[in-house]
Write a protein that binds this ligand. Structure first.
Ligand SMILES: *Cc1c(COP(=O)(O)O)cnc(C)c1O
Length: 362
């Protein structure tokens, strides 16, 4: 059995080199006679792994010293609550850009903790979708505690082509499915968070990057483990962190560094996405409803001209080792998630299969 091209949206494919290294380490990690999963998170050896992972992530993203990096649990979904608990009071107004399913879930959760304002409301059902209007045209509130947006809507394949700005209001971004796909100007943000299982590592780990001046104002009643300040002061070790996922993310960071860093990732990802969108646009059989300006590099949804062929498309793709192309249950059709770990060869194989399928059925 050889490895397939896995287009899963998440948990998603990991680089072969990372999995091979983890396999080598599994029974006897660093000559310890144990796996990394079996040692204390407070041991010298694990602390070294944790610190190296953070150092590599800081180097990759060029994270300035006045930002803390947290390695947490609970997924991006728990951050929907954490952000409001740490940055807003019950009397605050908080601005949200709603551009699809995940930002809709984020604003719904924030509604439990503050007064929410949908400063931009573009549900993914608006097709054709986009472009995203400039922030000057949004319905921003006065004195908002923060402005939240989802940098990449994983389900509909919508990626922000710019970073919103509203004076000094902290910008908060859910980057679950785009972090590490290209360079980011960290200083434009108050908080960035991302669940790991898309482009960072296995499920179970959530990365939070938070500007220092936003620490220490979690509202009364905030659960201890959701308080950014507590987690920052304890090095994300107020309780047992997800040690294996942290170690795996560290291997992924090292792999990205060895592959040329985020500039190289951006080049590769732009090329990969460009090839796939070109194949879709140059056919009368496949289509994608998102405006070219805000098409995702990471998640490429597409539909067939005749959806009664969907099942056939999926099964024939799978026979060729092109797996997990079924679109999200809420939108149907297909979706190719092409994170960092998807090689260009996977895109070429998919594009070739799509052309052949169209020839027979188009
Ligand atoms: C997957 C995803 C989430 C949810 O992540 P969990 O780790 O399951 O909580 C939230 N936002 C975006 C953009 C995602 O892609």
């Amino acid at each position: 059995m050889s490895r397939v091209f896995n287009f899963s949206a998440g948990p998603a494919a990991l680089p072969d080199e990372v999995l091979a290294r983890a396999k080598d380490d599994l029974l006897d990690w660093a000559g310890s006679g144990m796996s990394v999963m079996e040692v204390s998170h407070r041991s010298k050896a694990f602390i070294a792994v944790a610190e190296q992972a953070e150092a590599d992530l800081r180097e990759l993203l060029v994270i300035p010293g006045h930002y803390k990096v947290l390695f947490l649990q609970g997924g991006a979904t728990l951050q929907f609550s954490s952000v409001a608990l740490n940055l807003a009071t019950q009397d605050s107004v908080v601005d949200y850009a709603v551009t699809g399913s995940w930002s809709k879930k984020a604003i719904a959760e924030a509604r439990r903790y503050a007064t929410v304002n949908a400063a931009l409301n573009m549900p993914e059902s608006d097709a054709p979708w986009g472009p995203i209007p400039p922030v000057a045209d949004w319905a921003l509130s006065d004195g908002a505690a923060y402005l939240h947006y989802c940098a990449n809507e994983t389900i509909a394949g919508i990626e922000f082509p710019f970073v919103p700005k509203n004076g000094a209001v902290p910008i908060v971004s859910d980057m679950s499915s785009t972090l590490l796909s290209r360079p980011v100007d960290i200083e434009k943000f108050g908080v960035i968070y991302a669940g790991a299982q898309k482009n960072i590592g296995p499920a179970g780990l959530t990365i939070v990057i938070v500007r220092e001046d936003l620490l220490g104002s979690a509202r009364a009643g905030t659960p201890t483990l959701l308080d950014y300040d507590v987690m920052a002061k304890s090095g994300s070790m107020s309780n047992t962190p997800p040690t294996f996922a942290w170690y795996m993310a560290g291997l992924v960071f090292a792999w990205i560094k060895d592959s040329g860093g985020l500039e190289a990732m951006a080049q590769r990802n732009s090329l990969k996405a460009g090839k796939l969108y070109a194949a879709i646009d140059n056919s009368a059989f496949y289509s994608n409803p998102v405006h070219p300006e805000c098409r995702s590099w990471m998640n490429v949804p597409f539909t067939l001209a005749d959806n009664s062929l969907d099942a056939k498309f999926l099964s024939e793709a799978e026979m060729r080792g092109l797996c997990n192309l079924k679109g999200h249950r809420s939108v149907g059709g297909m979706r190719a998630s092409i994170y960092n770990a998807m090689p260009e060869a996977g895109i070429d194989a998919l594009v070739e299969f799509m052309a052949e399928f169209e020839k027979v059925h188009g």
